[in-house]
Design a protein around this ligand. Structure first.
Ligand code: TXA
Ligand code: MG
Length: 328
């Protein structure tokens, strides 16, 4: 746990300071040349490639070991650019207006003759688009002047990266450049929203914008899942995902003697190794979740996690924890 991103840099020379304009220019050039660039966003680090090049999009799947039925999110700097690639419905307009730039992804029909590689849609007629809020991500997107496909920058099924060294640890030399922008402030992936036949919003993946925030704008939400077979689904919601190497048990208040306890709230037992939020704040807990899971995983002991309430970002936290604990 003592290794920092900067001393890793000298070891591998693949982590670059995202705040340096020359680095951004080189990263943009790497993307246009078909390379892979990992970059910070406000949610998690993304593994970016030029979304208009089939080979570049294919190399994302290869680097992550990602199943080819799981489509990618395409990142653009603003809603005007998004309109070149997808068709907005009235409900989608409302959501984009309320939450972009930010931690929300919209799944919308591709425009006719869409310039984005069909590989990004994995055989679906739709495309997922997001306008990230991170200024470093914005700088890269504007400099690349291409839509950038970017899943989370981890091997498929593993913990998501919220620091540059998580990317290096997981993907290593499978990526051409890693841009270091420090910690990702939201800490959870974007909320993915699709639209039903009546243009009703469907929550495909809980994430950095809470269901309550969405409902304030669009009214009642449909939750994708088994009881909504006709609603759009998200192919990426595989049951086991976000998995640490160590076994993990949830809703534990009395851990076993070997277990490293990840606590939540003010009533943490004294033997807890880390606390997602000592004050019981789900926003703070979201920001700490993946970092603390990476740290606990490195201890080499089974992990136990205290209960986290399902309100606010607690819904997305519980989604990630349930998948982390699912049978592999
Ligand atoms: O915050 C984020 O969303 C991060 C950062 C890098 O932007 N990206 C991310 O990408 O989490 P990824 O690939 O790990 O997750 C994308 C999710 C998957 O669950 C995928 O199945 C879903 O979005 N998705 C993508 N395109 C879709 C589509 N056309 N229809 C339904 N779901 C889609
Ligand atoms: Mg992911």
């Amino acid at each position: 746990m003592t290794r920092t991103d900067s001393n890793f840099r000298s070891e591998k020379n693949r982590i670059h300071d995202a705040g340096d304009p020359l680095v951004i220019a080189r990263a943009a050039e790497t993307l246009r040349a078909g390379g892979l660039v990992a970059f910070p966003t406000e949610t998690v680090y993304g593994l970016g490639a030029d979304a208009t090049q089939d080979k570049a999009a294919a190399s994302i799947y290869a680097a992550k070991g990602r199943p080819d039925f799981n489509p990618l999110i395409v990142h653009v700097p603003d809603v005007a650019t998004a309109r070149k690639h997808v068709v907005f419905s009235p409900m989608a307009e409302k959501l984009a207006d309320a939450f972009w730039p930010g931690a929300m992804t919209l799944v919308l029909p591709r425009v006719e003759n869409c310039a984005v590689s069909k590989l990004c849609s994995a055989g679906l007629p739709t495309l997922a688009v997001r306008v990230p809020a991170s200024t470093l991500a914005q700088d890269l997107l504007r400099s690349a002047d291409r839509p950038v496909a970017a899943p989370s920058a981890n091997r498929s099924g593993r913990l998501s990266p919220t620091r540059a060294h998580h990317v290096a640890d997981s993907l290593g030399d499978r990526v051409d450049m890693i841009l270091d922008g420090g910690n990702c402030p939201v800490g959870l992936e974007s909320t993915v929203v699709g639209f039903g036949a009546d243009d009703g919003a469907v929550l495909l993946r809980p994430g950095g914008i809470s269901a309550e925030q969405l409902s304030d704008v669009v009214g009642p939400l449909t939750i994708a899942g088994a009881d909504q077979p006709d609603a759009p689904q998200s192919p990426g919601m595989l049951t086991s995902h976000y998995a640490p190497r160590q076994p993990i048990r949830l809703n534990i208040t009395n851990p076993g003697p070997d277990e490293a306890l990840l606590a939540f709230g003010p009533d943490a037992p004294a033997n807890a190794v880390a606390n997602l939020s000592p004050t019981g704040d789900t926003i703070e807990a979201a920001a700490n979740l993946f970092q603390m899971l990476h740290d606990l995983d490195a201890l080499g002991r089974p992990i136990a996690v205290m209960p986290v309430p399902v309100t606010g970002l607690g819904q997305a936290i519980n989604d990630r924890l349930n998948r982390a604990a699912a049978p592999r």
